[in-house]
Design a protein around this ligand. Structure first.
Ligand SMILES: [Zn+2]
Length: 153
């Protein structure tokens, strides 16, 4: 694959961005409100209500991530993680000003460039990986963008 890909500005589309008003948890029985997409995602990794509440209370997305990484994974997590991410992205990016910001990217391909060897959610630009990765986060954001555009039409 040699296609040209637009790589997003470092933090513009990052999951660490806040979501004013909070985001609901993925599961129907999760009544917490989360500050970021990252926190929703991390909390959905587990079914433990106490850990979820701790993640919801985390002051920073980095802390939410750390707590999620230490949480006992629920059964079937790997199979459902894309759906969790998609739902959280959809809720956050359908609100203003994020909605306009996402729609303004037009038909650009959205790529999360990482330097920490994440080849699933983004692409890793380290010398070893050379910009290769699934870019699942970028692909899900493009799906959400298409949906928002369809709603506006
Ligand atoms: Zn790498």
């Amino acid at each position: 694959m040699t296609e040209k890909r637009k790589v997003w500005r470092r933090w513009a589309f990052c999951n660490f961005g806040t979501a004013p008003g909070g985001l609901p948890g993925f599961d129907a029985d999760d009544n917490n409100l989360y500050r970021t997409v990252e926190a929703v995602f991390q909390a959905a990794k587990t079914t433990d209500p106490e850990i979820r509440a701790t993640i919801a209370a985390a002051k920073t997305p980095s802390e939410a991530k750390r707590l999620g990484r230490a949480a006992p994974l629920r059964d079937g997590w790997l199979e459902m993680r894309d759906a969790v991410m998609r739902q959280a992205l959809e809720i956050r990016w359908s609100r203003e000003p994020y909605r306009s910001r996402l729609l303004a990217t037009g038909d650009e391909q959205l790529v999360e460039r990482t330097t920490w060897h994440d080849q699933y959610w983004g692409i890793c630009t380290c010398p070893k990986h050379g910009g290769v990765g699934e870019n699942m986060l970028g692909r899900l954001l493009v799906q959400v963008r298409s949906q928002l555009r369809a709603e506006e039409a």
